[in-house]
Design a binder for this molecule. Structure first.
Ligand SMILES: [Fe+2]
Length: 266
């Protein structure tokens, strides 16, 4: 199965050794010279629309600007754009950033999906169209494994979360926070949602999702869905999928993230 079809079906794709160790080290060294800070809110943003490039130019951040253009026009980013064009009808580059996570006992981020309004109590604006989502390209610049910075993705879960998004969009169910996996499981088991969701995805897929996510009420985490990778490996995923960033118990984790978005349909 090719990359685009695998992403459409399973929600993700992994390519080991996407870039060489030599390239990883060169990239990491050059970025660390620009920003050696660690933490999610200390990310180095290379692209977030043309305004950021202009801002860097006005502020004479010329070294950063040069790095940004090398990254934006790299053959890797060109490949990501090509993959995106095979998946989205219409897409654009939303953001490219780099960040490092420090050693911690807490997960980088616990199980969640990215199209659920960050768990807001109420949604004031219109609900997103179910086809409005992002493709995230994670290029690892350090080795990752379970309990040391790896990303875990629940296969095909984008089909369940997008079905819920379409029920909300069509005003067939009442909104309740469902960002975290735990909230989501309770939400889709509620009398308002369950039957309507089964009407879309079928009993088999519903039951599979419930049994595959049982760990969240039991021991809270599992290593079953982790994509363990050497540095230079690439994970591409549909951000409607449930995913989790495990904690870094042994070493800091560094990653380049390229985010492509579908153009809003509504
Ligand atoms: Fe996320």
């Amino acid at each position: 199965m090719d990359i685009a079809n695998s992403i459409k079906d399973k929600g993700f794709y992994y390519i080991p050794d996407f870039i060489s160790e030599f390239k990883v080290n060169a990239l990491l060294n050059s970025i660390k010279k620009l920003n050696s800070e660690i933490g999610k809110d200390k990310a180095t943003v290379f692209y977030e629309g043309k305004k950021l490039l202009l801002k860097d130019l006005i502020n004479f951040k010329l070294k950063k600007l040069l790095k940004s253009s090398q990254i934006i026009f790299s053959k890797e980013n060109n490949f990501f754009s090509e993959i995106s064009s095979n998946i989205f009808r219409d897409h654009y580059l939303k953001r490219i950033d780099y960040y490092s996570s420090s050693i911690s006992a807490e997960p980088i981020i616990n199980w969640h999906n990215d199209i659920s309004y960050s768990g807001a109590e109420k949604v004031v604006k219109k609900f997103h169209h179910p086809n409005f989502y992002k493709l995230r390209f994670f290029l690892y610049l350090t080795d990752v494994e379970y309990k040391n910075g790896s990303l875990a993705i629940l296969p095909s879960s984008q089909k369940v979360s997008s079905a819920v998004a379409s029920l909300l969009y069509d005003k067939k169910i009442e909104y309740k926070p469902h960002w975290s996996l735990q909230q989501f499981c309770k939400y889709i088991d509620s009398s308002d949602v369950k039957d309507k969701l089964i009407n879309i995805i079928g009993t088999q897929q519903y039951n599979d999702f419930i049994s595959n996510t049982g760990f969240i009420f039991n021991k809270n985490d599992t290593d079953q869905y982790d994509v363990q990778s050497k540095k230079g490996g690439l994970v591409i995923f549909d951000d409607r999928c449930f995913h989790r960033g495990s904690n870094c118990s042994k070493s800091e984790r560094s990653v380049m993230r390229y985010i492509y978005s579908s153009n809003s349909i509504n």
